[in-house]
Ligand binder design. Structure first.
Ligand SMILES: [Zn+2]
Length: 56
């Protein structure tokens, strides 16, 4: 994670693996990142499909 400094990240990681609430927050953040990635993939695929159609 780019927001936390290294010692902060290590301390947070140590905390959140034992804290269900923080683990839930991290999990939903992971899901958000995954959703964004999926959206980016779809947009890239859409752009490629349009490019292929244009060259036909
Ligand atoms: Zn916590």
């Amino acid at each position: 994670m780019g927001i936390l400094s290294l010692p902060e990240a290590a301390a947070f990681e140590e905390h959140y693996i034992t804290c269900a609430r923080c683990a839930g927050i991290v999990e939903s953040a992971d899901r958000y990142v995954e959703a964004m990635r999926e959206a980016a993939r779809m947009l890239r695929g859409f752009g490629r499909k349009r490019a292929d159609t244009a060259t036909d």
